[in-house]
Design a binder for this molecule. Structure first.
Ligand code: ATP
Length: 294
């Protein structure tokens, strides 16, 4: 179990993380989403023990990762950049990881290199972006860490490499009861693979829920009224307008769903139709700021 307790961090005079509390359990994948610059990478780096919090603690299996650094053997962090490693070749990096991680499994590492058809006698510089991302992932899972933190692991990857990586992560989590935390802007990935959705806003956690619970809190509907949207509907504070094209409005209802649906019906609509909802709708409604009517 990984526990973040009241963690705050200020960088260059700016409060980047504010009283973050979070618990993640083994055998689960958590997706952390939020707009650019809200503090996701800072939180991930702090959870990995790379940055020190100004206040609060992070525990892995009840051991404080900043006070008992040997716990970091159980954690692996994959950054969103391979800059640091690019002048090394595969064998040198493997040697480095083998020296740092006492459970590093070289046989497993090379079996994964074969599975994903990555060349073994090259400098990382000669790898394509997709190959580098796969390589870092393979390295990370070969450490046999129990908690793996991935910062934007599928950025810039083609759909096939992306699918292979995501499939690989799901396999590893179910076979080894790992806990994986993924930061991403690809909401459809979170929707497909994550058990837990973490939404972050301006340095704070806006919500931590299962994907199912997040979706059940909302309903997306298309409505058409004879004239413009009735004033009484515009005044409801649990409704967001996702789009308006002519008299056709797409609304997202948050909470109090049955009462609000009755309200929509009571205003004599020409049409009220439920639409399938995506995490993107929830993201825009919860984290999008004041105005996003298209
Ligand atoms: N080393 C640093 N020096 C100065 N400011 C920093 C540093 N690291 C982070 N910040 C600031 O902290 C805030 C959060 O940055 P962070 O990279 O954690 O956000 P993010 O949510 O991961 O963003 P993105 O989605 O764009 O990757 C930003 O305002 C950023 O400018």
């Amino acid at each position: 179990m990984l526990k973040v307790s009241n963690v705050s961090k200020t960088i260059d005079g700016k409060l980047v993380l504010e009283k973050i509390n979070l618990e993640l359990t083994p055998g689960s994948i958590a997706g952390i989403v939020g707009r650019n610059g809200v503090g996701k990478s800072t939180l991930l780096r702090t959870m990995a023990g790379i940055l020190d919090p100004d206040a609060g603690e992070i525990y892995f299996n009840e051991k404080n990762i900043h006070e008992q650094p040997e716990v970091k053997q159980k954690l692996s962090y994959v950054p969103d950049s391979t800059e640091l490693l690019k002048t090394y070749n595969v064998k040198e990096i493997v040697k480095l990881y083998d020296a740092i991680y006492e459970n590093f499994d070289i046989i497993y590492f090379y079996s994964l290199m074969d599975r994903f058809k990555l060349p073994k006698n090259k400098k990382l510089r000669s790898y394509s972006k997709g190959m580098k991302a796969l390589f870092l992932m393979i390295l990370s899972f070969s450490t046999k860490a129990e908690f793996i933190i991935l910062d934007e692991p599928t950025n810039g990857l083609d759909p096939i490499v992306k699918r292979n990586i995501l499939q690989f992560i799901i396999e590893e989590v179910s076979e080894r009861q790992l806990c994986v935390l993924i930061s991403t802007h690809h909401l459809e990935e979170v929707e497909k693979m994550a058990d837990v959705l973490i939404m972050m806003k301006e340095g704070k956690l806006e919500s931590v829920t299962s994907i199912e619970d997040a979706k059940s809190e909302y309903r997306k509907v298309q409505v058409v009224y004879k004239n413009a949207l009735p004033e009484s509907i515009l005044q409801l504070n649990n409704i967001s307008i996702l789009s308006q094209i002519g008299r056709v409005s797409t609304l997202l209802i948050k909470g109090n769903i049955e009462v609000t649906m009755n309200h929509l019906h009571n205003e004599n609509p020409l049409l009220v139709e439920e639409l399938p909802m995506t995490l993107e709708d929830i993201f825009i409604s919860s984290l999008g700021g004041e105005s996003y009517v298209s």
